[in-house]
Design a binder for this molecule. Structure first.
Ligand SMILES: [Zn+2]
Length: 156
């Protein structure tokens, strides 16, 4: 399932997108932890339930990106009988990460948190800096900048 498909099925259309609500709507059990030892993880339990845990000690925009990234592992079909757990350290969210699944999950997270149509509309309304757009979509400025470049709305 692509981020676009997830948005169409489970997003209420409001900005900022609420990734936890989307995860729950997809049937994922979401928990927060302060002693996780990483930013987030998603796993398939013995009973088949899917459980997402994020590090509640990290800044809000990081937590939102983490949850969206973990949803990506689920939606993109990365979880399987042989790979029942993804644990993500901060490095997994870096633009320097090379593992294709991590790259895909990061791309998914950006698409989920910054829906293309909502972002285009915000830009058409005009007068917003990258920092203000980041604030509006509740993502980091770096994430917003990458998204704008990828959408061809900003030159890198
Ligand atoms: Zn990951």
């Amino acid at each position: 399932m692509s981020a676009q498909e997830v948005l169409e099925a489970h997003w209420d259309g409001d900005v900022p997108v609420r990734p936890i609500a989307i995860a729950q709507a997809m049937g994922i059990q979401v928990f927060k932890s302060t002693d996780l030892g990483c930013s987030g993880q998603i796993s398939v339990l013995d009973g088949g339930e899917v459980e997402l845990i994020f590090n509640d000690g990290e800044p809000l925009v990081r937590k939102r990106f983490t949850v969206a990234h973990e949803i990506g592992h689920f939606a993109l079909g990365h979880l399987s009988e042989s790979t029942r757990l993804f644990r993500d350290e901060v490095a997994a969210f870096s633009s320097k990460v090379r593992d294709p699944k991590e790259v895909q999950a990061n791309r998914f997270a950006a698409q989920l948190l910054m829906p293309a149509d909502a972002l285009r509309l915000a830009i058409q309304q005009g007068g917003k800096t990258i920092s203000q757009l980041a604030e509006m979509f509740r993502v980091s400025e770096v994430a917003m900048k990458f998204r704008l470049i990828n959408l061809g709305m900003l030159r890198g």
